[in-house]
Design a protein around this ligand. Structure first.
Ligand SMILES: Nc1ncnc2c1ncn2[C@@H]1O[C@H](COP(=O)(O)OP(=O)(O)OP(=O)(O)O)[C@@H](O)[C@H]1O
Ligand SMILES: [Mg+2]
Length: 304
């Protein structure tokens, strides 16, 4: 009799119930199929055509920013569509930690999105060290990055782990907006557009055209301080690039573009966010253009 009461009491003990719930959640998490991991996140298959990117420790506005910026790409048809975003308090060793106070607490975040695996292969599996294929995928990637710049979105960190390729059409999809930022002014927008368009010409095999284009915009932007025409020429360059469907000149020794193009570098591990610029040659060029513009300029930046 006494044993039975004890048993019931134990069963109803809220702590025991909670422990069991936590254990069940942990077991479910372990059972999930892990399909990828990077520096900050882990990606799991959810079934039903979805994957979930889990960010165990992140600032809340960064999780929301990542999802919002990826949504810009999804609307352009160049990134997996976002299905849900959730944030909640962090947990460790089965214990949920108290929420941090303040406007932007650290949280655990989940981004649920379209699973690309049924249609897409990884960059490496698709390209298979074939220079012609790499050129074609990189050309399209630069076109997509320029389109994103036009939508005031700066997507960097384009190493092969962040790109998957449609096996039938050869069209890349851009993953991982973890380091994406919003473009806030015209100078940044022109610099972004110009860089990606020039790199795109390079991947099409039209290096000289890319260099002339870059020099023309840089002259308008830096020397002439003519934002209106610099933007105009940058957009015209993009219009020209978009018409190129396949590389025009194949480069037999093309494997992956080297910096200063800064694309598709191997996934260099960074220690902290300050080191981001080191792995991101693209951003360095953009920053340089901005700095040069500013050093010549008394004009105010125009917000976009
Ligand atoms: N939508 C998706 N469909 C299929 N596979 C995906 C998808 N998203 C991510 N992956 C796989 O998971 C890997 C890691 O994804 P992602 O690059 O977004 O995370 P991460 O590198 O951890 O991010 P972060 O750089 O923010 O830490 C990718 O290289 C890819 O193999
Ligand atoms: Mg990544």
């Amino acid at each position: 009799m006494f044993g039975l009461v004890k048993n019931i009491a134990q069963k109803l003990n809220p702590n025991t119930v909670k422990e069991k719930q936590v254990a069940a959640v942990q077991a479910a998490a372990k059972a999930r199929e892990k399909i990828g991991a990077g520096q900050f996140g882990t990606v799991y298959a959810l079934g039903d055509g979805l994957v979930q990117k889990e960010l165990p420790i992140e600032y809340k506005n960064k999780v929301l920013m990542e999802a919002n910026l990826q949504d810009v790409g999804a609307r352009l048809g160049i990134s997996p569509s976002i299905h849900a975003v959730a944030t909640g308090p962090m947990s460790a060793f089965g214990t949920t930690l108290p929420m941090e106070t303040g406007l932007n607490p650290r949280v655990q975040g989940q981004i649920e999105m379209q699973d690309l695996r049924p249609t897409h292969a990884s960059y490496h599996d698709y390209v298979q060290s074939n220079p012609a294929k790499a050129q074609a995928v990189d050309l399209k990637t630069h076109q997509q990055l320029a389109q994103l710049a036009l939508q005031n979105t700066n997507l960097s960190d384009r190493h092969p782990g962040n790109i998957m390729v449609n096996q039938v059409t050869g069209r890349p999809s851009q993953l991982d907006y973890g380091l994406a930022t919003r473009i806030n002014n015209d100078v940044e927008k022109i610099a972004n557009l110009t860089l990606h368009v020039a790199n795109g010409f390079g991947s099409a095999g039209l290096d000289e055209e890319g260099q002339i284009f870059m020099a023309t915009v840089t002259d308008l932007l830096v020397n002439k301080q003519d934002l209106v025409n610099a933007m105009d020429v940058a957009k015209q360059g993009l219009a020209m690039l978009q018409k190129i469907k396949q590389p025009v000149i194949l480069k037999p020794d093309y494997v992956v573009p080297d910096p200063p193009a800064g694309m598709m570098n191997p996934n260099v591990v960074i220690g902290d966010s300050d080191a981001q610029a080191v792995r991101d040659a693209d951003q360095l060029i953009i920053n340089k253009l901005k700095k040069e513009f500013n050093s010549q300029s008394s004009a105010q930046w125009t917000d976009v």
